[in-house]
Design a protein around this ligand. Structure first.
Ligand code: G3P
Length: 217
């Protein structure tokens, strides 16, 4: 399973990358705004800065919602850096654009996915990645993990090449459950990644080892 970090914060991207376990980065317009990155020039430069920190895929989202606009913007984003994956919303023109990008060898991440039906359409269109938002489903009392399980099952049954990129991850157990369910990628903020490190018995055991090592000096 690949680990992506879901942020536009360069310090957090560096911290996750320094751990040696980072496979890529996902961003979205809200995450860019959160970091105060506004205006096209600054946003484009920020994508390149991220690509220069990590060695894996970096999702850059289009703002256009019509076919011609998505294609224009997506081609421009893809030309920025070979690591860029064009993030396209799950809408009618988005699906058409994903099909177009796939015929041109431009990699895509279909975002804002909340149902298995949407997942089937994106795979048929040739999306490289599919981003089901499991935390946002949990937020409305719907089991987000059930959707991940359903999509993984369908994709495996038909050998779809689209990778399931579980998004909107809220905590470390989401990551573990996605691994159990066979998600290809999880993208999450830094905290749930670091949360995987924690176990009280590790802390207690290490404190004892260190105390014993001191005593035997
Ligand atoms: O990658 C999608 C993700 O950014 C959405 O997460 O926490 O805003 O639901 P969240």
């Amino acid at each position: 399973m690949k680990f992506f970090i879901d942020t536009a914060n360069l310090d957090q991207i560096r911290e996750a990358n320094d751990l040696g376990i980072l496979d890529g980065v996902t961003t979205n317009p809200s995450l860019m705004a959160k970091e105060g990155i506004r205006g096209q020039d600054k946003i484009l430069k920020h994508y390149v800065d991220i690509c220069n920190i990590v060695s894996g895929d970096v999702s850059a989202e289009v703002i256009a919602t019509d076919f011609d606009g998505i294609v224009r913007e997506g081609e421009m984003l893809a030309s920025l850096h070979p690591q860029i994956v064009v993030k396209v919303p799950m809408i009618k023109d988005g699906i058409k654009a994903i099909k177009y990008f796939s015929s041109k060898g431009i990699r895509t991440n279909c975002t804002l996915v909340f149902s298995a039906g949407q997942a089937i359409l994106a795979a048929k269109a040739g999306a490289t990645y599919l981003s089901p938002f499991l935390g946002r489903l949990d937020d409305i009392s719907t089991d987000g993990l059930e959707l991940i399980e359903q999509i993984v099952h369908i994709y495996r049954m038909y050998d779809f090449e689209t990778q399931v990129l579980a998004a909107s991850i809220r905590h470390s157990m989401h990551i573990v459950r996605c691994a159990e369910l066979g998600a290809d990628v999880v993208t999450c903020p830094l905290d749930p990644i670091l949360g995987l490190l924690n176990h009280p018995l590790t802390d207690i055991g290490l404190a004892k080892f260190l105390a014993d090592a001191k005593g035997s000096k």
